[in-house]
Ligand binder design. Structure first.
Ligand SMILES: [Zn+2]
Length: 586
């Protein structure tokens, strides 16, 4: 479906950029505008600016930019039509009759399939056939109420129980396979249920949609204990957090991060409704940013107490602190995970543990000492070296003082010595940090190269191409002047040539050309790049003189190319060329 430009602009204008962005990230006022820590790259000092007058955003760190539609599109990782539909709904504007928006339709249909499958699994759990599954869950200490809250279910042992049910509802095998509900046999001829003989844990997103499942095997010969939905249109394990739909509503400022679904559910039942888990993957940057963007300030890491769990804990702390989230570590003794701990010692014991949990720093200070002989000189100095690096990275001066004292005591040296070493290390880290920030700024321009790979080859001409495109967007009246002197082939890079043609065609048919109307035919990154192009060019006046410079640059390039090819020209072409060069020189 082709939405009219007027409709797009109406949607954009009905969604104030401040209202929308501030519902995702906290904004800080600066003058008449706002800044925030950019949700599109990791940073601790805000470099993403929200401009009220132009209703646009611009990140000086990573180059993400554009209008309110592009913000939501990049943030929610939606396609353009889905974003427009979402914002139209938000502003109460009815969408024009739906035509052929395939991406959004496929997603909606996949969510419907998942919801139907979830309902089917849930019904089966409470049928005679699901008894094994229900016995298992009750054996794990879950009440019927909890089982219902989490919509748990059962996938029977047959090969095609779900398939038959879903086929009857009108879903075909191909789309069920795409939703990771069916598998295709190796010979490619037969489809069978992806989940069999398993207790089913549906994955709900924060809006309450079922986006996937995890199945815990309870019989049969499949050796995989847990099986999760493969990546699909609606499920991505690197960003999904189990039970975030509940945690988000607790209004708590901290989260408990566990390893398994059952830990989360046991904690919920014991009154800790802010527990979440990653599914089938360790915590990623994307998870961390999502946690920060949902407004959580602190994460209590409560992973398994085995060696692998401890390693994962150290990693998770690092990732979380990169986005400015405080961490504490919950250390369990006498149980391997929260589920077992609560069963053995009760929820009050867990609460005490939670309140007493160490700061991430205590955990790390202890961890770096492991395996070192702290009675030997070598062991002591290695411990101090590691401790100093660690403490220097702690932002709060009070915390630093506490840890300096602790490290000095562990190593048996004077506190002042450690303090001095930490200060020196802090200066070094700051220098490095500034360098890193600078290199991230530069990577903004390498992003431009990714969108237009030929840009590196013709730097001067690309600047002219970009200038001309900016002129057309800013003052479409220049169209005839530009077209008189240039033909599309005079644009050296293919990407800009196509963009130029698109804009020329749009202006020619009387359409308005801006980031909003161009959104449909360009990706979110391309819109960011276009916003940067406009911004760069806005710094100078849009004068006829500047436009001529750009045009001449491209003509010069064309003539140079033509001279190279002159050997293969006819006499007429050569004479034409000579005339043109003469006029330009004049
Ligand atoms: Zn950014």
């Amino acid at each position: 479906m082709r939405l009219s430009d007027d409709f797009l602009i109406q949607v954009k204008e009905s969604n104030d950029i401040y209202d929308v962005v501030s519902s995702y990230v906290p904004l800080k006022k600066t003058g008449s505008d706002y800044v925030c820590c950019c949700p599109f790259h990791s940073e601790k000092t805000p470099s993403c600016h929200i401009y009220m007058a132009t209703q646009s955003f611009y990140c000086f760190g990573c180059g993400a930019a554009g209008d309110v539609i592009n913000f939501v599109r990049l943030y929610e990782n939606l396609d353009y039509m889905e974003t427009v539909r979402f914002l139209a709904q938000r502003a109460g504007i009815p969408m024009p009759e739906d035509g052929g928006d395939d991406g959004a339709r496929a997603r909606t249909r996949m969510l419907e399939m998942n919801r139907e499958a979830g309902k089917f699994f849930h019904r089966t759990l409470f049928s005679p056939e699901g008894k094994k599954g229900l016995d298992y869950l009750i054996g794990r200490g879950l009440t019927e109420r909890t089982i219902k809250t989490y919509g748990l279910g059962y996938a029977a042992e047959d090969w095609d129980r779900l398939k038959q049910h879903m086929n009857r509802l009108g879903y075909n095998d191909e789309e069920l396979e795409a939703a990771s509900l069916l598998s295709k046999a190796k010979n490619g001829k037969r489809y069978y249920d992806f989940f069999r003989y398993r207790v089913m844990f549906p994955f709900f997103d924060v809006r309450g949609n079922v986006v996937g499942f995890s199945g815990r095997v309870i019989g049969g010969d499949d050796t995989r204990k847990y099986l999760n939905t493969r990546g699909t249109l609606v499920y991505n394990k690197s960003s999904f957090l189990y039970s975030m739909n509940h945690a988000k509503n607790t209004k708590e400022s901290s989260l408990i991060l566990c390893e398994g679904n059952l830990d989360v559910i046991t904690l919920y039942q014991a009154g800790f409704k802010n527990a979440v888990a990653t599914c089938g993957t360790a915590l990623t940057d994307v998870h961390a940013r999502k946690i920060a963007n949902l407004g959580f300030k602190e994460v209590v890491v409560s992973l398994d107490s085995d060696e692998a769990g401890q390693k994962a804990t150290a990693k998770a702390m690092n990732i979380l602190s990169n986005v400015g989230i405080q961490t504490r570590i919950l250390k369990m003794q006498g149980a391997k995970d929260p589920d077992e701990y609560i069963k053995k010692f009760g929820s009050e014991a867990y609460r005490i543990l939670l309140n007493r949990s160490e700061s991430g720093m205590d955990f790390e200070l202890e961890r770096i000492g492991r395996g070192l002989d702290l009675d030997s000189t070598g062991g002591k100095s290695e411990y101090l070296r590691r401790a100093v690096t660690l403490i220097a990275g702690t932002p709060s001066p009070i915390d630093r003082a506490v840890y300096i004292a602790a490290a000095a005591q562990t190593a048996g040296v004077a506190r002042q010595n450690v303090e001095l070493a930490v200060e020196q290390e802090r200066k070094r880290q700051q220098n490095r940090g500034e360098k890193k920030e600078r290199s991230e700024m530069i990577s903004g321009s390498s992003q431009r190269d990714r969108i237009n790979p030929e840009a590196k080859k013709y730097p001067a001409e690309v600047a002219a191409e970009r200038g001309i495109i900016a002129f057309l967007i800013h003052s479409p009246d220049y169209l005839s002047r530009i077209c008189e002197k240039l033909s599309p082939e005079d644009f050296p890079t293919e990407y800009n040539r196509r963009l130029y043609l698109e804009i020329v065609a749009a202006i020619g048919s009387g359409r308005e050309v801006n980031l909003t109307t161009l959104g449909l035919s360009h990706s979110g990154e391309e819109i960011s790049a276009l916003a940067r192009l406009i911004r760069e060019n806005n710094e100078l006046p849009y004068s006829a003189e500047r436009l001529n410079d750009h045009i001449n640059k491209l003509i010069e390039f064309r003539d140079k190319k033509n001279r190279k090819n002159a050997g293969s020209m006819t006499d007429d072409e050569l004479r034409n060329l000579a005339d043109r060069i003469k006029t330009i020189k004049e």
